[in-house]
Ligand binder design. Structure first.
Ligand code: PDD
Length: 297
């Protein structure tokens, strides 16, 4: 490579900042994590670091010391001094002139941001509308990869329809997850009898099983635990949009939003169009049990 052009400025290749040659930009060749803090304490850092290590290993980025990532996260968080923070970090395979394979000796790049978390209270109290979108993603959605174009397009489509999240539907007609969240339904006793002959009586909390088609969401694990704590039977089975639109309650979860009720699914109101009773119970249980008294990092 001899020259490059930045906007309308020609620069010599040797003067180009390495950031412009990041494989993350050319190929989305990297993985990321998002953690958050509640009142000055980071939630689930251990789980997020483990998932980060798994993602790195799945795309064969070697030699990253997870302990050094932990201390960078901790240092940046302390320096920012934001008590309810969103901490984003990624590692890419490195910087070099564009070449699909890449050099064996490429040195991974690390990038991190800490921002104030916008805990949108209106979303929390009133719930959100969601719209379905075809799941155009690849076959390894269990890797938290930087390739988020299908998620971006789905989210933009949802936003155009006045919705806060897009819910992916795969080619078999099954809901996988949200564009940036896990997706859950709560069904009452009659649906339990109809659809789950062996399920215990009472309310059930249902979400897609963990496969390569979805991200192993950290919040999902805690929400399942919280669900069992409040007496819900947990079932890991995919839903169709038609089933979801008949659910008593729907909600999404993610690190940054924790639990948010879904009150409209495509054009249909969920229940009476207000956050459901069990969703609210879950929100309280989740906050009380898992977000208070977190260990310091
Ligand atoms: N996204 N599924 C997808 C596709 C996601 O992007 C996310 C989170 C989740 C929820 O995972 P977790 O509970 O571990 O945050 C599920 C983050 C927040 C993001 O991309 O900003």
């Amino acid at each position: 490579m001899q020259i490059a052009m930045l906007q309308d400025q020609i620069v010599l290749a040797e003067e180009l900042e390495p950031v412009y040659l990041d494989r993350g930009i050319f190929f989305g060749d990297g993985v990321y994590e998002v953690v958050r803090s509640y009142d000055g304490k980071i939630f689930g850092l251990e789980e997020h670091l483990q998932r980060f290590a798994r993602s790195l290993s799945a795309i064969n980025i070697k030699g990253v010391d997870i302990e050094s990532i932990r201390s960078r996260v901790s240092r940046a968080f302390k320096t920012a001094g934001i008590s309810n923070a969103k901490i984003y970090f990624h590692i890419t395979r490195g910087s070099e002139p564009r070449n699909h394979v890449g050099r064996a000796e490429s040195k991974p790049n690390f990038f991190l941001t800490v921002t104030e978390l916008d805990d949108d209270s209106e979303e929390k109290t009133k719930g959100i509308a969601v719209s379905t979108h075809p799941d155009w993603r690849w076959k390894r959605c269990d890797i938290k990869s930087l390739n988020l174009l299908p998620n971006v397009l789905a989210r933009r489509d949802a936003a155009k329809k006045g919705c806060a999240e897009a819910i992916f539907v795969d080619r078999k007609g099954l809901i996988t997850e949200g564009a940036a969240s896990a997706f859950f339904a709560i069904f009452g006793r009659s649906d339990v009898a109809e659809n789950h002959k062996t399920a215990p009586a009472g309310q059930i909390l249902r979400s897609a099983p963990l496969t390569a088609n979805i991200l192993p969401s950290i919040t999902r694990d805690f929400v399942f635990k919280a669900g069992r704590n409040i007496g819900l039977a947990v079932i890991e089975r995919s839903l169709t949009p038609e089933e979801a639109s008949r659910a008593d309650e729907l909600f999404i979860t993610s690190t940054t939003k924790d639990i948010v009720a879904v009150v409209r699914f495509d054009d249909k109101l969920v229940g009476d169009g207000k956050p459901g009773k069990y969703t609210k119970l879950l929100m309280r249980e989740f906050r009380r049990k898992y977000c208070e008294e977190l260990p310091a990092v």
